[in-house]
Design a protein around this ligand. Structure first.
Ligand code: AVJ
Length: 319
């Protein structure tokens, strides 16, 4: 059977323009802050895949374990002729567990990283000849539509990896409310959510010994050098990640090791020694708090699975 990949480019007309605007706006903020979606150029997506294999980074392997054990139950709830939509599909590895258990007719992968999206959906099309594979390059933090065929009866949206953690709780609820609107009447959302736990376990996951998370964080500055007109020196910044307990989130920063001025697209920005650029928040929830959040967005929490150490959770939310 021939491959079936349709490519819908839903990004803004001029991606470089939006990188430039986003970076300039973020560096002008006080404190300086950039949105985590800027991490995911090709190199950033590769580094993220490497993070997922680090021994300290428990979310990926734990979610895979949970999905492997729950796949039959999930398929039972989703029903026979569901179609599957994955948000932030990345390497599309976890979804294989669902595809094999659910046998949906069609799959749509949505990701912001174009090369990565094409390569990984192509592999799915190769490996599952019975599956109709679609790819959409889009920033799902912005309003979007589901293509025809994915707005039918039993669409299951899959949002793995605790990517929801990049939103603050208010934004997360608004995002879920939008998805609730987008999904058809009998649709569902299968979502991975990282759980609150011991600070030492959390902090180790974002400070792996091999330095991959640090490289991932610093790649943002390298990307600015590569894609924009800038003299920023990645070597003059250091990676810092810690658990902010009051806000229940991991924060990632790039800390300037000295006082310096950097130029981006003709604009000058000053960093004091020790001043940081805040590059990511990754919120952690208790199972109850996340259920309450989903409930506030109109979803009905049907089921939840976790691992024996309660490190991670996967929720089935019914529309
Ligand atoms: C993709 C947002 C789920 O927060 O754990 C991993 C990104 N950043 N290590 C996370 C990330 C640093 C990841 N999410």
């Amino acid at each position: 059977m021939p491959l079936s990949i349709r490519f819908h480019d839903q990004r803004s007309q001029n991606a470089e323009h939006s990188l430039r605007e986003t970076v300039l706006a973020g560096f002008a903020e006080r404190p300086k802050a950039t949105p985590p979606k800027l991490f995911y150029d090709r190199r950033g997506s590769e580094l993220f895949e490497q993070i997922c294999r680090q021994p300290e980074y428990y979310p990926t392997r734990t979610e895979e374990l949970i999905l492997a054990r729950a796949a039959r139950d999930i398929a039972g709830i989703a029903g026979r002729d569901a179609s599957l939509v994955e948000l932030g599909s990345g390497a599309s590895r976890k979804v294989r567990l669902l595809l094999e258990a659910m046998h949906p007719a069609s799959y749509l992968g949505i990701d912001i990283s174009e090369d990565f999206l094409c390569a990984s959906t192509q592999r799915l099309a190769d490996d599952y000849p019975w599956l109709e594979v679609y790819a959409a390059c889009a920033d799902f933090s912005r309003p979007m539509n589901l293509p025809d065929g994915f707005a039918s009866e039993h669409t299951l949206a899959f949002f793995p990896g605790s990517s929801i953690g990049n939103f603050d709780p208010r934004e997360a609820q608004a995002f879920l409310a939008n998805l609730h609107e987008l999904l058809p009447a009998k649709g569902g959302l299968l979502i991975g959510v990282d759980l609150v736990k011991d600070r030492s376990v959390l902090e180790a996951a974002y400070n792996d010994r091999a330095g991959v998370t640090a490289a991932f964080n610093l790649n943002l500055l390298e990307r600015i050098r590569r894609e924009l007109d800038s003299d920023i020196e990645p070597d003059s910044f250091v990676h810092r990640a810690f658990f902010n307990q009051a806000d229940s989130r991991i924060e990632m920063h790039l800390v300037s090791s000295r006082a310096q001025d950097v130029t981006i697209e003709g604009e000058r920005f000053h960093f004091a020694a020790g001043e940081s650029l805040h590059t990511e928040n990754s919120y952690k929830y208790s199972a109850e708090d996340f259920r309450a959040l989903a409930d506030g967005a109109g979803f009905h929490a049907l089921a939840m699975w976790t691992d024996p150490l309660a490190l991670f959770s996967v929720h089935y939310l019914q529309r």
